[in-house]
Design a binder for this molecule. Structure first.
Ligand SMILES: Nc1ncnc2c1ncn2[C@@H]1O[C@H](COP(=O)(O)OP(=O)(O)OP(=O)(O)O)[C@@H](O)[C@H]1O
Length: 206
C-alpha cells in the first residue's frame, strides 16, 4: 500500500493538500487542472520536495526519512532526461546496479518500435521516440513504485495504444504500483485500475 496521509506541500505561497491511498500492484491515474499540484506530489514522493505536514507511507513505513536514492521510486518527468553524450542504447541501460535486463530492454524497444534507434544519439530522435526510451528505462528499473508524469504526451494515437498496453502488461507482470498523471480519458480507460481528480489548492499561506 502507498498511503498519502494528509500530506500538505507549500508551493508558491499556496498550500497543496493530498489524501489518498493505492494498493500495491495497482495503477492509479491522477488527473486535475494545470497547476493543481500533480508534479509537486511526484516531487514529494521521490524526495525532491519536503512536505510541510502529513506523511507518505509505503508498505507501512514513512518515506520521509529516506534520501532520494534510498526511496523505492522510479520516475519519468515531463522533461525527459537522456544523456546526449551516450547512445540511446547506453541511455537505456543506465541506472541498473549490477543486473541490467538486456533482453527485456531490447524486447521492449522492439515492442514500442524504437529498436531501430538504439545506436543513435538521443538528439537524433523525435520527441515521441525519446519518450518511449525513457518510459522503457523507468518501468524496467527494479524499484516497485513507478511515477509517470504525462508519459504519452508526445505519442500519436497508434503509438499511444502500443505504449499504454505495454506499460499495463509490464506493470502487471512485475507487480509494479504505478501513479500516472494524464489528461487523456482514453489512457485512464485503457490502463488504470482507478483514478482520482486533484482539486484546486486549498488555501493561501502568508
Ligand atoms: N519549482 C517550483 N517552485 C515554486 N513553485 C512551483 C514550482 N513548480 C511548481 N510550482 C507551483 O506549484 C503549483 C503546482 O505546480 P505543479 O507543477 O505541481 O502542477 P501540475 O498539476 O503538475 O501542473 P501541470 O499539469 O501544468 O504540469 C503551481 O502553482 C506552480 O506555480
Amino acid at each position: 500500500m502507498l498511503k498519502i496521509d494528509s500530506l500538505t506541500l507549500e508551493r508558491d505561497n499556496q498550500l497543496l493538500a493530498y489524501n489518498f491511498e493505492i494498493k500495491e500492484g495497482q495503477i492509479l491515474a491522477i488527473q486535475g487542472r494545470s497547476g493543481v499540484g500533480k508534479t509537486s506530489l511526484f516531487n514529494a514522493i521521490a524526495g525532491f520536495l519536503k512536505p510541510r505536514s502529513g506523511d507518505i507511507l509505503w508498505r507501512g513505513e514513512s518515506l520521509l526519512k529516506l534520501a532520494v536514492e534510498q526511496r523505492p521510486v522510479s520516475l519519468l518527468f515531463q522533461d525527459i532526461n537522456l544523456f546526449e553524450h551516450l547512445s540511446v542504447k547506453e541511455n537505456l541501460c543506465l541506472g541498473f546496479s549490477g543486473d541490467t535486463p538486456y533482453e527485456q530492454l531490447l524486447e521492449a524497444a522492439a515492442q514500442l518500435d524504437v529498436d531501430q534507434q538504439l545506436n543513435k544519439r538521443p538528439g537524433e530522435l523525435s520527441g515521441g521516440q525519446r519518450q518511449r526510451i525513457a518510459l522503457i528505462r523507468t518501468l524496467l528499473r527494479p524499484e516497485p513504485l513507478v511515477l509517470l508524469d504525462e508519459p504519452f504526451a508526445e505519442l500519436d494515437p497508434h503509438t499511444r495504444e502500443l505504449a499504454t498496453a505495454w506499460v499495463r502488461n509490464t506493470a502487471k507482470a512485475s507487480g509494479k504500483t504505478i501513479l500516472m498523471v494524464t489528461h487523456q480519458t482514453e489512457d485512464v480507460d485503457r490502463m488504470a485500475d482507478s483514478s482520482i481528480e486533484l482539486k484546486q489548492a486549498v488555501s493561501q499561506t502568508e
